[in-house]
Write a protein that binds this ligand. Structure first.
Ligand code: SF4
Length: 479
């Protein structure tokens, strides 16, 4: 592991890796000429959109190196596990899958096994791989994606495990090619890392401090996506509301939303995630007034108890949160609001959980992503005493979930007869005569219609509200 390296990533790094890409391509082309078969790869991605995007970059590099994608990992000559450290479950799955690959490696000696992503930013994980998973060929972290070709070349040359994990971020590297599955919708990273240090979260340690991409790079990427037929953009960051804070010339997230909305071809703009402490009045006004920005905000509260919020280091109180929600609802009458909740944080009492339930009832969220707290090594919360027994965590979780589900069902029932503008995304799986799409408010809506509507905005009247989705009929198609 090289943790002392002086970080000065620039276009030279990209150029150097171009050299390795050509080199490996030559090796793979020679293999094809001799054996008549192409070298193949398979990438398994865990976790969030940030990881998805890193995988897109790796896939583009692999294809440039002459590898061909395969659906089954058993058929691959190079397997990548791009890992996530946020939840314990994903971590266990990675180790389970590595066990399967170990068997494969015994019969396929030249198989290259790669493990990358957030898990690798944790020294105890890298140590475990070094000691117990010696068959893994390449280990690299979230700040080393641009060096992927160099690491492959190293393994091809030396047949030894290589590990490259920088423990702090460099400049943002622009100009890496990436392979994106193009459709109507695309995610665009506008920033990386996080400065908030919520005590339960590993992200500031695995993704580093906050860095915003230059607006010119973002706008250029979105223009290209629009030219390629993308109609809806979701701007991504751990905390999009603090976009631009490090720029010399003032330019913030609300300014970026306004500039993105001027791009021809883009019909809708979404964003996530918003930290409540940074959501500005300027941003609320842009959501309220800009026709392309959807009236949907994902605003994680995590808990309704001020004492738990303090231990989580969330830097707001439930009263601050309510104030923002009231402002949002005042300015944006058809606002849809979703949130994240963590149940069973160390020291949480039954009374704290009741406060969370009260808050959910008061706000009436339209969706909530609810998780049972699980300890992540390397975070401050992992050292907190008073952990909550699993059975109590589950009891509290079920109570919260029942309340949320009832609210969502009741709110959906009231949507009967409402008309929503829907971006038609494709065929609904369950029935070929149905199309599926999302409204500006992010409701999933199915309705009957023909293929030529895919990619269009249509008005749909709700005829059958269901518990967690809506069914309707088209009342207005594009001219
Ligand atoms: S805001 Fe908190 S929860 Fe979100 S990424 Fe940053 S530290 Fe993690």
């Amino acid at each position: 592991m090289n943790s002392q390296i002086k970080l000065d990533i620039n276009s030279d790094d990209v150029l150097e890796n171009q050299y390795y890409i050509s080199d490996i391509r030559k090796i793979n082309d020679d293999y094809f000429m001799t054996h008549g078969i192409k070298m193949k790869f398979h990438v398994i991605t865990y976790g969030c959109q940030m990881n998805e995007h890193d995988s897109e970059k790796m896939i583009a590099m692999l294809k440039n190196m002459g590898y061909e994608a395969v659906d089954a990992y058993k058929d691959a000559d190079l397997i990548v596990f791009n890992t996530c450290a946020v939840r314990e479950n994903a971590e266990l799955r990675v180790f389970g899958n590595l066990g399967h690959v170990n068997h494969l490696k015994k019969t396929k000696k030249n198989l290259i096994v790669v493990v990358s992503g957030c898990m690798m930013q944790q020294p105890h994980i890298v140590k475990e791989i070094k000691e117990k998973y010696k068959f893994v060929d390449i280990v690299f972290g979230t700040h080393n994606v641009h060096n992927f070709p160099k690491l492959i070349k190293n393994v091809l040359q030396n047949q030894k495990q290589v590990i490259e994990v920088w423990d702090s971020e460099g400049h943002i590297i622009e100009g890496l090619p990436y392979e994106r599955k193009l459709g109507l919708k695309a995610y665009v990273n506008i920033m990386f890392g996080c400065n908030n240090f919520c005590t339960y979260c590993i992200v500031p340690y695995t993704r580093g401090r906050e860095r915003s991409r230059e607006k010119e790079h973002i706008l250029q990427e979105i223009k290209k996506l629009a030219d390629d037929g993308v109609r809806e953009i979701t701007l991504l960051g751990q905390n999009v509301n603090s976009y631009g804070k490090t720029f010399d010339i003032p330019y913030n997230f609300a300014d970026l939303l306004t500039d993105v909305s001027k791009i021809d071809g883009i019909k809708r703009i979404r964003f996530m995630t918003s930290h409540p402490k940074d959501l500005s009045d300027q941003l609320i006004n842009v959501i309220a007034e800009n026709k392309k920005v959807c009236e949907y905000v994902h605003l994680p509260i995590q808990t309704g108890s001020n004492s738990v919020l303090k231990r989580m280091n969330r830097k707001y109180t439930k009263e601050n949160y309510m104030e923002i929600v009231n402002k949002l609802k005042d300015k944006i009458p058809n606002l849809t609001l979703s949130t994240d909740l963590i149940i069973g944080f160390p020291g949480e009492t039954d009374a704290d959980n009741d406060e969370t339930i009260e808050l959910i009832k008061e706000i009436e969220f339209d969706a909530a992503f609810t998780f049972i707290y699980s300890k992540r090594e390397g975070t401050p919360a992992a050292k907190l005493e008073d952990s909550i027994p699993e059975d109590i965590q589950h009891l509290r979780f079920n109570k919260v979930l029942t309340v949320i589900n009832n609210i969502i069902k009741e709110k959906n029932a009231k949507r009967l007869g409402n008309v929503y503008e829907v971006l038609v995304e494709g065929r609904a799986n369950r029935d070929d005569s149905y199309l599926i799409g999302r409204s500006r408010e992010n409701f999933l809506i199915t309705f009957k219609g023909s293929d030529d509507l895919i990619g269009e905005l249509v008005d749909v009247k709700i005829t059958r509200p269901k518990n967690f989705s809506l069914e309707g009929e088209i009342i207005n198609t594009p001219v």
